[in-house]
Design a protein around this ligand. Structure first.
Ligand SMILES: C[S@@+](CC[C@H](N)C(=O)[O-])C[C@H]1O[C@@H](n2cnc3c(N)ncnc32)[C@H](O)[C@@H]1O
Ligand code: SF4
Length: 386
């Protein structure tokens, strides 16, 4: 049997508090930029939720596992009916120990946020809502095939804040037809709401979604790379000026409100994972479930494993991963870790020097950090490492 990975404090991985991610894969319709594992066919939903409950119970072994973050992502968790959510939370609470200070996040689409649902989520123990706003222009939302208007998104955020949830808003940049004044209006409306947390994602165009196909025909509708980069820097400056900390490439938080569950991935802390396509990690181990909904359900119903793959990182992969994830964070990476990676990949050391010379990276107090300009082109640096 493989030796348990131990934390610096010598605590075996399975004894440390973990996070748990649950993938709830159903959506009412597919947005035109989305490549997540989602299904708009609800016919399997009962079997999927029963399978999820069984998987959560299995994950609890060894018994008494403590989780300090729970994340219900999707798909559209806010779409899930009360009965199924009660079942899932009951399975979670039967299986895992769960302190009252745990961060419990649910991803919500604005059109699902009602006073009744907020009350249900509160009762279940949800503490944080991550709301997909994307933009505050109806014209842009239409191109994205979102089901909600800007007014509905504003109302959803207000209701969630008034109900006492920690609220995070997702915004997207680089979107077709989005002008500079659209971005300015989106930022000022987001800031007026004063959410605790804001995620700002540049539209990823290297994925097979409808907007990527549209761009192949109508590139003129999209901002070019320089304009998209300018949008990212503009958004960052506005959020930082309003008191948000830019703590990760795409994430901004008021002091004390960084996303604790998401930090687990960047700091490589243990995350259990349940659901179709879900990815987990513990120590050097990484694994993922099958990404096909029927295969997932049938594996669990047949008493088998839904795992698609599972592997253990080599020492070299572990150190490279640590640097790449660390450089996503404002706190950066310590000198020793950088030196180790530079020895493994000379190209990385050369790129790093270029980055420092160009003001894209900075060394201070024994740590290396990328600047926001550096984050924008970090793929080039990471490519030299991997
Ligand atoms: C799991 S998804 C969305 C959850 C929820 N169903 C929703 O739509 O609000 C989380 C966020 O990722 C971002 N996102 C999704 N696809 C993207 C893409 N192709 N490029 C950039 N950001 C993307 C969106 O901002 C989205 O709100
Ligand atoms: S609602 Fe969210 S998860 Fe579903 S298709 Fe749209 S972006 Fe993807």
């Amino acid at each position: 049997m493989a030796r348990e990975a131990a934390s610096p404090a010598g605590i075996p991985e399975h004894r440390r508090a973990a996070g748990i991610y649950l993938h709830l894969p159903f959506c009412r319709s597919r947005c035109s930029y989305c490549t997540f594992v989602v299904s708009t066919d609800l016919s399997l939903s009962q079997r999927v939720f029963a399978a999820l409950e069984r998987e959560v119970e299995r994950l609890a072994r060894p018994a008494g596992r403590v989780v300090s973050t729970v994340y219900l992502g999707g798909g559209t968790p806010s779409l899930v009916a009360a009965e199924a959510l009660h079942g899932l939370f009951a399975a979670l609470r039967r299986s895992l120990r769960w302190p009252s200070a745990a961060e419990v996040t649910l991803e919500a689409n604005p059109d699902d946020v009602t006073e009744g649902r907020l009350e249900l989520w509160k009762t279940l123990g949800v503490t944080r809502l991550s709301i997909g706003v994307q933009a505050f222009q109806d014209r842009v939302l239409k191109v994205l095939n979102r089901r909600h208007s800007a007014a509905v998104a504003r109302r959803a955020a207000r209701l969630a804040l008034d109900a006492g949830f920690v609220v995070s808003l997702d915004l997207m940049l680089g979107l077709p037809t989005m002008t500079r004044s659209d971005l300015a209006a989106t930022l000022s409306q987001a800031l007026d709401l004063r959410p605790h947390h804001v995620s700002v994602y540049l539209l990823e165009m290297d994925k097979p979604h409808r907007l990527a196909r549209l761009a192949a025909r109508r590139r003129d509708l999209f901002p070019d790379d320089d304009a998209a980069a300018a949008q990212y820097l503009t958004a960052g400056r506005a959020l930082v000026a309003a008191g948000y900390r830019h703590y990760e490439i795409s994430n901004f938080a008021l002091p004390g409100f960084a996303a604790r569950h998401n930090l687990r991935y960047w700091l490589r802390r243990p995350v259990l994972a349940a659901g179709v396509g879900a990815h987990g990690q513990a120590g050097r181990r990484r694994w993922a479930n099958v990404a096909d909904l029927r295969a997932y359900v049938e594996a669990i119903e047949g008493g088998g494993s839904p795992r698609a793959w599972s592997r253990t990182l080599s020492t070299e992969e572990e150190s490279k991963e640590g640097v790449m994830l660390g450089l996503r964070l404002a706190r950066g990476v310590d000198r020793g870790a950088i030196a180790k990676c530079a020895a493994l990949a000379p190209e990385f050391a050369a790129r790093l020097e270029d980055f420092e010379m160009l003001g894209l990276a900075r060394r201070a107090a024994g740590r290396l950090r990328l600047t926001p300009q550096g984050w924008l082109v970090s793929n080039e640096l990471f490519a030299a490492l991997w």
